[in-house]
Structures are given as structure tokens and as C-alpha cells.
Design a protein. Sequence first.
Length: 86
Amino acid sequence: MSIKDQVIAILAEQAMLEPGDIAMDNALEDIGIDSLGLVECIFAIEEAFDINVPFNANDPQAGDFDITSIASIISAVEKLKAEQGG
């Protein structure tokens, strides 16, 4: 399974949607993921990919991990995997 498919599966599970219901340009809010859900997604992504996400739960927009869209989250995970020897 690709990184893209894994990230979408994690987000879909959190949002209680089917992976096919998630579009790359969706924001997390578009699929019903709130701030608590975001934190849970980050933990799930870290565990699934064995990476450390630079994430500020108090101000998600201030971190280096771009959460503006599904595509940006996938891109950030791919970048972290590459940087962290994945």
C-alpha cells in the first residue's frame, strides 16, 4: 500500500468515511475531522510510518507539518519518511 493510500485510510477511519469519499483537495474540516481528531490522526500517522511529526497541537497552522489539505498531509508524510530514513 502506498503512503498516499495509507494516509487516506487513516484519515477515512478517523472521519468514519470510506477512503473513496476523500478528495485530495479536501481540508480536514471538510471530512469532519476536528482538532481532537487531528491529534489522533497525527498519532496514527506517526505509528503507521515510524516517523516523528513536528506538530504543535495548540497551533496546528504554526508547525512545519502542512495540514491545509489531504494532498499536503500526504506530501508532508512522504517528505518526513525520506528525511527520517524511511
